[in-house]
Design a protein. Structure first.
Length: 254
């Protein structure tokens, strides 16, 4: 498995793929095959990134980003903690999005050294919330995978009704949307987490006029087959992006 590691803006970025590092041979191969697709995947740890890439089996490069402060970097505005054991959500996503798009993405693509055809942003849980937020709040990403995304987040449904993924074409591209629901979502003991299916459906309804929607039900809880589900979403988006559209894949499982 090809891998090259960068330290950028206090985060670790593991690049996976045959053109993951600069070099004449790799660059020539990538240029011959056409511009590359890069997935910016926010992860808990390096093992998660490696597992997702292994399950993908190629088709794109993966920039697996770790070292983020999840309760800060991935939340769009402050909100109370889920329970007494966890800290409050501090709402640092706008600042981190600027770091991602202005520092991390340029550093990764300089390292890759070939034209980028499509950028996809992906993540699980709170990182899935951030993926959706980033796709709506910037014109940098051409696709988004939100696996078990925390769309229950306080106020996010209302915000999503006023925003939708724009891509790099100012809303001119059709947006395929992949929705995958966990069949145990409603069994959560946390009242806020119980709202995830309702929130996801509300976001989907708001985006339907601007998108093509596909929904799928997955069995299991929040952390069941997380890497496989993430890879499944990425594979669908990568395949859809071959058609030249902005692509959105959203899934959640409790």
């Amino acid at each position: 498995m090809e891998k090259f590691t960068l330290q950028v803006a206090g985060r670790t970025v593991d690049l996976y793929g045959s053109a993951a590092w600069s070099g004449a041979e790799n660059n020539l191969a990538a240029q011959t095959a056409g511009a590359v697709k890069i997935v910016y995947l926010h992860i808990f740890d390096a093992a998660e990134g490696a597992a997702v890439y292994e399950k993908l089996g190629g088709g794109c490069l993966v920039a697996a980003i770790s070292g983020c402060r999840w309760e800060n970097d991935f939340t769009p505005w402050p909100a109370p903690a889920l329970d007494k054991r966890q800290g409050k959500f501090s709402g640092g996503a706008p600042d981190y999005l600027k770091t991602l798009t202005e520092v991390i993405v340029p550093a990764v693509e300089k390292q890759v050294g070939v034209p980028v055809q499509k950028r996809i942003i992906a993540g699980y849980s709170l990182a899935g919330l951030f993926a959706v937020y980033a796709a709506c709040a910037s014109h940098v990403f051409d696709g988004v995978v939100s696996a078990s995304g925390s769309l229950w987040y306080d106020g996010f449904t209302d915000w999503a009704r006023e925003h939708y993924p724009q891509g790099r074409w100012d809303g001119l591209a059709t947006v395929p949307v992949y929705l995958s629901l966990g069949d145990k979502e409603s069994r959560s003991k946390n009242v806020r987490l119980q709202q995830n299916e309702m929130a996801l459906r509300a976001v989907a309804a708001a985006w339907e006029p601007h998108t093509r929607l596909k929904m799928e039900l997955n069995p299991g809880g929040h952390f069941q087959d997380a890497e496989l589900r993430t890879a499944k979403g990425i594979a669908w988006v990568v395949g859809s992006c071959k058609q030249g559209s902005l692509c959105v894949a959203v899934s959640f499982n409790v």
